[in-house]
Design a protein around this ligand. Structure first.
Ligand code: G
Ligand code: G
Ligand code: MN
Length: 477
């Protein structure tokens, strides 16, 4: 018999090797769990981000994100276990429909990613067809899930986004972001549809990030006071051609399209900071203006986002009181919006009227206007949206005063007059329209026919010269 004699060191080595092997197995298992989605067993987001760049190098070039939209409802009705079953079923189905060249994974609750390699000049068409196919099968075929020993037929709704490498992202993180953006866009459009990432959309997002950075930097460094300034657009009584008021609009020196700035500021909670500066900058001109014409009202726009941040808004508006401005001369132009449903608008608006501010409904007739809510508010006036006026000149020229759009406006005006609201028409650009709306006996018009937004000094000059000129435009252009 051969006797194997192992040295002490050798025995130790064997033991270490054995435990390293064991450790490696455990480690592999852990790694697998780390890169797997618990519910579906598919790869997860982490896997995609970790391995994705290598896969792109190997020739994978198309990333899709599929978002299952009605999972929450199933969650609420049947609970998590059932929803998990549904998700596994969907995962199976997508796997079936996805070609061999496709890797599929889970992102997070109810979203999947599909990475494929399409080596064809018709790549975009092929990718679209394949997503269309997945959407079609998943949304029209019966998806059976066994719940409490019963086969339940599940209906699902999807939206999806597609992004291509390297056009839409130079690494996997960027590509995933692009596909997610595209999926969000499809979501905003309609159900069971997809969209391909659009480069202009990316530019828009990058620009928004830039705007936010600049705003924050300027606010922090105290430079914002020099960047935000008011412009003034005079409003006129069309019968007397006397000035009734002026809308104070915000401008930012670093970027011309103010609505883009306002959008960003609203979403990031900076809007009331900007509003405060606007008020502070406008007050000296308001004082000056009232000396020339004591009848002028000053309109300031307030968005639903500002109303939602009530304390900040009140702090901003208190500047008028601190500066001893006549608040009755301040009209707050508020756009009725679905967003106001979620905040206690009535209570905030009451606080504003109690302080003496006047409330104007802006953009009336466009998009969302709930009469139910408006009737409960303490409204001073209504500004009719430009879209209700735009077609009037053409319509009346063609069909006369029985033109439906004109009749509509006439009756709407009658109704608002009976409610004792001050009525403003905006977007009045020519003499024909001025004469037409004059007949309706409204209080005020705003528009390029009489005046464009001008800076503070020009505004004061226009007030001084109004009797002679009756128009107010910027000096240059
Ligand atoms: O000129 P005009 O391009 O200013 O304005 C574009 C849009 O931006 C309009 O709908 C207007 O109501 C809005 N807006 C302009 N200034 C302000 C402001 O100070 N606050 C808010 N919330 N909106 C403003
Ligand atoms: O909706 P709101 O009242 O905030 O509208 C103000 C916006 O309307 C500003 O962007 C202003 O520049 C714009 N505006 C004012 N008068 C006219 C006009 O006659 N024609 C057009 N196209 N826009 C106008
Ligand atoms: Mn307005």
């Amino acid at each position: 018999m051969l006797k194997l004699k192992l040295s002490k060191d050798a025995i130790l080595l064997v033991i270490i090797e054995a435990s390293v092997k064991k450790f490696e197995t455990i480690n592999r298992k852990l790694q697998q769990q780390l890169y797997r989605d618990i519910v579906t067993g598919l790869y997860n987001r982490k896997f995609l981000l970790k391995r994705g760049d290598a896969l792109l190098n190997e020739g994978y070039n198309t990333l899709a994100v599929i978002d299952v939209r009605n999972l929450r409802a199933y969650n609420e009705i049947f609970g998590h276990d059932t929803t998990d079953k549904i998700l596994r079923k969907i995962a199976e189905k997508i796997k079936e429909l996805c070609s061999d060249t496709c890797i599929i994974g889970s992102l997070d609750a109810g979203r999947f990613w599909l990475l494929s390699s399409i080596d064809d000049i018709e790549r975009e068409e092929i990718a679209k067809k394949s997503i269309e196919n997945i959407i079609k099968h998943l949304t029209t075929e019966e998806l059976r899930v066994n719940i409490n020993d019963e086969d339940l037929i599940i209906l699902i709704a999807l939206s999806a986004g597609i992004a291509f490498y390297p056009e839409h992202g130079k690494n996997i993180a960027e590509l995933l972001r692009a596909a997610e953006i595209a999926a969000d866009r499809a979501k905003a459009e309609k159900i069971n549809t997809y969209s391909v990432f659009d480069i202009t959309y990316k530019k828009l997002i990058e620009e928004n990030i830039w705007i936010e950075e600049q705003l924050r930097k300027a606010i922090k460094g105290g430079k914002i006071e020099k960047q935000i300034y008011p412009v003034f657009q005079i409003k006129v009584n069309p019968s007397t051609e006397k000035i009734t008021g002026v809308e104070v609009l915000m401008r930012w020196r670093l970027y011309p399209q103010i609505y883009r700035i306002i959008n960003v500021a609203e979403k990031t909670g900076l809007i009331n900071d900007l509003f405060k500066i606007l008020i502070r900058q406008a007050i000296p001109y308001m004082r000056e203006a009232l000396k020339i014409n004591p009848d002028i009202h000053f309109g300031f726009n307030i968005s639903p986002y500002q109303l939602a941040l009530k304390d900040d808004l009140l702090e901003a508006l208190d500047l008028f009181i601190e500066e001893k401005c006549e608040v009755e001369k301040v009209e707050l132009e508020i756009t009725e919006s679905e967003l106001l449903k979620n905040i206690d608008a009535e209570q905030i608006l009451n606080t504003l009227t109690e302080k003496g501010f006047k409330l104007i409904i802006d953009d009336f007739g466009k998009g969302y206007s709930s009469f139910d809510r408006i009737k409960r508010w303490n409204i001073h006036g209504v500004k009719i949206d430009k879209s209700l006026i735009d077609d009037i000149p053409e319509g009346v020229k063609r069909y006369g005063k029985t033109y439906k759009g004109f009749l509509f406006l006439k009756n709407l005006t009658e109704f608002l007059k009976n409610m004792n609201y001050k009525i403003t028409f905006e977007g009045i650009e020519d003499e024909f329209t001025v004469n037409l709306v004059k007949e309706l006996g409204i209080d005020e018009v705003q528009g390029y026919y009489y005046a464009k937004p001008v800076d503070g000094n020009r505004f004061i000059e226009c007030l001084k010269n109004w009797e002679e000129e009756r128009r107010c435009f910027p000096l240059q252009g």
